[in-house]
Write a protein that binds this ligand. Sequence first.
Ligand code: AMP
Ligand code: TRP
Length: 332
Amino acid sequence: MKRIFSGVQPTGNLHLGNYLGAIRNWARLQDEFECLFCIVDLHAITQWQDPKELAANTREVTAGLLAAGIDPKRNIIFNQSQVSGHAELAWIFNCVARLGWLNRMTQFKEKAGKHRENASVGLFAYPNLMAADILLYQATHVPVGEDQKQHLELTRDIAQKFNNDFETDLFPLVEPLIFGAATRVMSLRDGTKKMSKSEASDNSRINMTDDADAIATKIRKAKTDPDALPDNPADLEGRPEAANLMGLYAALTDESIDAVCARFGGEMFSTFKQQLADKAVSELVPIQDEMRRLMGEPALIDDVLGDGAERARDLSRPILEKIHDVVGFLRP
Ligand code: AMP
Ligand code: TRP
């Protein structure tokens, strides 16, 4: 059986990278797989979150998933802290994963920066909780953006070590699903940096909630190079900003990068940017309208999360019991 699990942090504005790298793919997978989509609030607090903002962001991200077309009846949508099994299994994995493995995680190094000694223990153990999210449901496939690849390799290592140590085949080796033309959307201000929620400059990203004018302005101001657009994708090598913008266009229109190069090769950025802005606006504006409507109905959102959490608990309960048996924990 194929089961999908994926997560998104409620740490600020959803942006075009989250949408094209993850959420849009989730909406496309829901017909084919049994899916759980989780708003990972336990992961969010590995770095300081204002409690009121955390609650508001959890609802906003949920509204984003619903507005992107993810059906809460067919799928399970919930926030992580409502299902205590995540934290419980994460503890067990804290005792399976090795310090050396976590020391190699590039996301920890980036997030902890120079003040490593000051980072929370949770930030260091973050990938163990992520492995617990997935394996608590014995999920087999995980759709994410490129930046999560290393964490999924660690999830496989944890599953394998657990299975070996306890002589069981309880945990599957998960397969990452990283697909589409925008698996790594870059900053509009610097084509070598990932578009991210935490970047200080708002002009570096297109937020899911930006209106049409803001989208057009940010794309118009996006960093470029002085050359015309290439007609051959190979010539995007060494031109990170051109590669990013053409990749965005390809993702938004569901075309290959070859087709986008064939169409715009030889043109200047100004004409192309106008068309890219039009595509981004027509994709995002209907989603925003729906998000705004849903944000006006917080009780409905809370119901979706409560119902999802209940179904997630039911699904995880027998698996967690088996885990307890395998580890040797007595239970009632
Ligand atoms: P996060 O916002 O870090 O919780 O990420 C949620 C999902 O969006 C994950 O699957 C990420 O891999 C994906 N994602 C985040 N930033 C980007 C980006 N710049 N490009 C593509 N995917 C992204
Ligand atoms: N770490 C992921 C991110 O920041 C979010 C996440 C948490 C996740 N748990 C997960 C993604 C489980 C996939 C599966 O993007």
